[in-house]
Design a protein around this ligand. Structure first.
Ligand SMILES: Cc1cc2nc3c(=O)[nH]c(=O)nc-3n(C[C@H](O)[C@H](O)[C@H](O)COP(=O)(O)OP(=O)(O)OC[C@H]3O[C@@H](n4cnc5c(N)ncnc54)[C@H](O)[C@@H]3O)c2cc1C
Length: 368
């Protein structure tokens, strides 16, 4: 369902995307969402490249604001990650937690009894994708009703997502359970039925809006301790030409245009220290590797530690892109593209951040 695309195919997909229909339907599970996150999270294309394409199609910012605002969530979370550790609560600790070690088997086995959520989890295992609202429904059920700590649940979803991104994932789980928001997010069965187009009744969450915020499903916990381990792929020997510079790509940066004109050793580096802390499944790894190889000629895949890579690349200059996961790399770190390039203090509130981005975009949109 999520194909391996070249940059040109991706650009064609973006040019065919209808941002107006998106604004009307994006909350529905079968709505006109973009399915861009697997490519965006991998850095194949940047948010500013997408916005530039929308501008070129003649849209005003007002017309595409709903879509651009959603894109901005990614930038906000990436900016927050530059300043805050996403494994720690951003605003306050989650309240009323009963389970700090384990996830309910019902979640892992897609047997919550809520059709839309169970189907969403099954599809996640199959495709590596889940609609934003299903992520929110699932996270709310897990954290706000089953009373599981977000720190236990977030790695489970992250493990299976093609768009696995520690900032978007962990800060979103925190947003749902109140660790990164002033209130908790709730959805009752009626709300889920509306957006998932199901007609289910008499489920544990088939209660009124007044009742849902107090609903604790304590008896639902048949827990299971799940170990997500990062499977280190078989060692590969790098063939490094010592006369050429090195371009180190990561699963967060597979930009095909980056140093495209330079003759270089091109290495997709799976930093095993980082990915052991934030594991993704073998299926996700294979998809990312295939996407990288499809877009970057001569790309070699390397699993190892930073120290190992340094030994192999020490002869010539080594370039890498700035990212929280590459902060400590002793390479020539180059900037990423941003919607808002200069921001010193990142507001914790998304809407304060969005106001800054909106002002900046509006200024440039008018000049266009
Ligand atoms: C619990 C939870 C976990 C999540 N984990 C991840 C994750 O690991 N990786 C990830 O990329 N997104 C994550 N998201 C955000 C969001 O669900 C996905 O980005 C979105 O569903 C991707 O589908 P799409 O590209 O079709 O989205 P669209 O609705 O078409 O949105 C367009 C783009 O806007 C951005 N966007 C929209 N909503 C968000 C958001 N809440 N946070 C960040 N970016 C957003 C994405 O880049 C997305 O591709 C999570 C959300 C929740 C609630």
């Amino acid at each position: 369902m999520i194909p391996i695309l070249s940059l040109a195919d991706l650009e064609a997909k973006i040019d065919a995307f209808d941002p107006i229909y998106y604004a009307k339907t994006r909350n529905y599970i079968d709505g006109g969402v973009s399915y861009l996150s697997p490519y965006l999270s991998r850095g194949i294309i940047s948010l500013s490249q997408i916005v530039a394409r929308l501008k070129n199609r003649g849209f005003s910012l007002y017309e595409v604001e709903s879509f651009v605002m959603e894109l901005c969530w990614r930038e906000h979370f990436q900016r927050l990650w530059q300043q805050h550790d996403p494994t720690l609560a951003l605003r306050q600790e989650q309240q009323d937690v009963l389970h700090r070690q384990q996830l309910p088997l019902k979640i892992i086995n897609a047997q919550t009894g809520i059709e839309a959520i169970d189907k969403g989890i099954e599809d996640l295992y199959q495709t590596g994708y889940m609609h934003n609202h299903l992520r929110m429904y699932t996270a709310s059920l897990v954290c706000n009703h089953y009373q599981v700590a977000w720190e236990v649940a977030a790695p489970w979803l992250h493990f299976h997502l093609l768009d696995a991104d520690v900032a978007s994932n962990h800060f979103s789980w925190q947003w749902v359970c109140g660790a990164n928001a002033n209130k908790l997010y709730f959805a009752n069965q009626e709300n889920i039925n509306k957006y998932a187009k199901t007609q289910q009744k008499h489920t544990p969450i088939d209660v009124t809006y007044e009742a849902i915020s107090a609903l604790k499903l304590r008896g639902e916990m048949n827990s299971f301790s799940f170990e997500f381990s990062f499977l280190k792929q078989s060692e590969q020997t790098l063939h490094i030409d010592p006369k050429l510079p090195n371009c180190v790509y990561t699963p967060y940066n597979l930009d095909p245009l980056w140093h495209a004109e330079t003759k270089a050793n091109r290495i997709l580096f799976w930093d095993t220290d980082f990915w052991q802390a934030f594991p993704v499944s073998e299926k996700v790894q294979n998809w990312i590797n295939a996407l990288g190889k499809h877009n970057i000629e001569g790309l070699q895949i390397y699993y190892g530690t930073l120290a190992d890579l340094q030994i192999l690349t020490k002869e010539t200059p080594t370039f890498c892109k700035e990212h929280p996961s590459t902060k400590k790399y002793p390479f020539l770190l180059e900037p990423r593209n941003w919607l808002l390039p200069d921001v010193e203090v990142v507001p914790v509130s998304f809407f304060s951040f969005w106001k800054k981005v909106q002002k900046h975009l509006l200024k440039n949109w008018k000049q266009h």
